[in-house]
Design a protein around this ligand. Structure first.
Ligand code: ADP
Length: 263
């Protein structure tokens, strides 16, 4: 039997910064042609919280995250980040992804191979219009957060998988996003590195206070990292609660099986 780990004591060491935003997802539906992938999904995410979208492969988690990111467009629904409506299908509002001030880290590291680590982290700052004089301090602080200050001059091909994923995290947080979106960011790493990076991700979250959404199919990862878990099944959210709520009071037998109680 797999068991959810006890949630860590998620104490924030500093209050969320003023740039941190909550997210409101209201009635989001997504069809790909005749395939219904999300059906009337709603979720409220508090500023500064760490939320896991947990569910088996193919249930629609990534699609929901991509809709929040602006990489996919819902068939119906409204999404607000802080006070800004970024999507409202009825009002034909759809703010482009690069204007949503989000940080994203995906399963594949997606670093630019021809750039050094420093250039990779600085690139979004340039795109954002951050003054060049601020880049060195922002890059140094982000790379220190992930523990890689000696590697600034390397290219991605000279880094291990774990180091590349740390650089991807540094690149996402250097831009001081309102929200950090993580799509199975650790699933390509071996088990011990994954465990270490989970702890680091949670520490970074507590330090920076950025509202974070993690997509994962791994219930241990959700329990270890998240304050709030939204269990996704067949294109809908079937339960929302703290990791211990979901472990102690699963909404139904399928959720119970998924989080580890077996049959
Ligand atoms: P998960 O992240 O939970 O594994 P996804 O959101 O990636 O699930 O996919 C949900 C469903 O939507 C799957 O059946 C997948 O094949 C389908 N899907 C995802 N993206 C597309 C697309 N661009 N076109 C058609 N079907 C898609």
């Amino acid at each position: 039997m797999t068991e959810l780990q006890s949630p860590l004591d998620h104490q924030r060491t500093s209050p969320p910064s003023s740039g941190v935003s909550g997210i409101s997802i209201c009635g989001v539906t997504k069809n790909f042609g005749s395939l219904s992938v999300l059906e009337d999904v709603s979720l409220e995410i508090e500023p500064g919280s760490f939320v896991a979208l947990l569910g088996p492969s193919g249930c629609g988690k990534t699609t929901l995250l991509r809709i929040v990111a602006g990489l996919e467009h819902p068939s119906d629904g409204v999404i607000r980040i802080g006070n800004e409506t970024v999507v409202d299908t009825a009002k034909r509002i759809d703010v482009p992804s690069n204007k949503r001030r989000l940080g994203m880290v995906f399963q594949s590291y997606a670093l630019w191979p021809h750039m050094t680590v420093e250039q990779n982290i600085a690139y979004p700052l340039r795109k954002q219009g951050v003054p060049r004089s601020e880049w060195p301090a922002r890059v140094a602080s982000a790379i220190a957060s992930v523990g890689l200050p000696a590697l600034l001059d390397r290219r991605p091909s000279q880094l291990s998988g774990g180091q590349q994923q740390r650089v991807a995290i540094a690149r996402a947080i250097a831009a001081r996003p309102r929200v950090l979106l993580l799509d199975e960011p650790l699933s390509n790493l071996d088990a011990s590195l994954r465990d270490q990076l989970r702890r680091e991700l949670r520490m970074i979250h507590d330090r920076e206070g950025i509202t974070t959404i993690l997509v994962t199919h791994d219930q241990e990862e959700a329990a270890m990292l998240a304050d709030l878990v939204a269990v996704v099944r067949d294109g809908g959210i079937v339960q929302v609660g703290s990791p211990s709520d979901i472990l102690d009071r699963p909404a139904d037998q399928q959720v119970a099986s998924f989080v580890g109680y077996g049959n």
